[in-house]
Design a protein around this ligand. Structure first.
Ligand code: NAP
Length: 257
């Protein structure tokens, strides 16, 4: 079965590990956006970079006889996910999305939930605060004009300096992070508030527990809307779905779902 995995997440990496054991059954190509400078590469066929929109992706699916697409991109990579829905529909290719659940607040959390990055910047207000920004390196422009805050930006790769709010200090680090380390960072940097995307998952969740313990506010940017698709939440469920689909390949049409 020819499978295209749109990668870029922890769940995608867990899926590669499982698919590496099943090359007898699945001919897999992993596609990466090319945004991360030193990505963790699987022992599978890998392609890097955009397809050229919906038309480019559809053409790629047809040219490579792809039967199944697994969309394991980040919950905020909605353009890619929307393109996958459109291209798979047009090319009559099965699509499964792997998306980890979002975070939800628990007792003691002091979250301000906002719909997008501009609203997050607005929610900070103009009184100077010490802010830990963990929103990635691409979405920084809204923070340029929201007051004289003290910014600490943590991200995996260094951003284009032109995108940084004035005076931003940079902390390059890749998760997973633990609670003790996060609490130490928040104390050392005397952080008042964290701004984060609702990415979900465990790798970057510890900052939320540390903020709760210290009574700090969190500005939580909720996930943008995305075109509907059949969805599972992890790599194990994805493998089960793939195995059951591949088991149906030899069956007569009336036995297929
Ligand atoms: N994509 C990821 O793996 C990833 C990982 C971590 C965080 N994020 C977050 O998601 C948000 C948007 O990121 P984004 O620019 O990557 O997504 P996006 O806005 O959905 O995608 C922009 C374009 O990048 C290309 N692309 C994205 N993922 C691809 C993949 N797996 N293989 C091939 N091409 C891919 C596509 O180009 P074409 O239209 O030319 O095909 C897509 O239209 C940001 O907030 C970012 O921090 C994304």
């Amino acid at each position: 079965m020819r499978v295209l995995v749109l990668g870029g997440t922890t769940e995608a990496r867990q899926l590669y590990a499982a698919l590496e054991q099943r090359t007898d059954r699945f001919a897999v190509t992993v596609s990466l956006a090319g945004a991360t400078r030193a990505p963790v590469l699987p022992r599978l066929d890998v392609r890097i970079g955009g397809f050229g929109g919906v038309d480019g992706l559809r053409a790629w699916l047809v040219a490579h006889h792809v039967e199944v697409v697994i969309d394991a991109t980040h919950p905020f990579a909605v353009q890619m996910s929307n393109h996958a829905v459109a291209a798979c529909t047009q090319a009559h290719v099965r699509l499964l999305r792997v998306q980890r659940p979002g975070w939800t607040p628990v007792v003691g959390d002091r979250w301000t939930r906002v719909p997008d990055m501009q609203a997050a910047a607005d929610a900070l207000g103009t009184t100077p605060r010490r802010v830990l920004l963990t929103v990635g390196r691409k979405d920084l422009l809204p923070f340029h004009h929201v007051g004289r805050h003290d910014w600490l930006l943590r991200c995996v790769d260094a951003p284009d300096p032109a995108l940084l709010p004035a005076g931003t200090r940079l902390l390059l680090a890749r998760g997973p992070f633990d609670e003790a380390g996060e609490e130490a960072l928040l104390r050392r940097e005397r952080i008042d508030v964290i701004v984060t995307k609702n990415s979900g998952g465990t790798a970057t969740q510890a900052k939320l527990a540390a903020a709760r313990r210290l009574g700090l506010g969190v500005i939580m940017v909720e996930r943008p809307p995305v075109a509907p698709a059949e969805t599972v939440t992890d790599a194990t469920a994805t493998m089960a779905w793939l195995e059951s689909l591949s088991g149906l390949c030899g069956k007569p049409a009336h036995e297929k779902p």
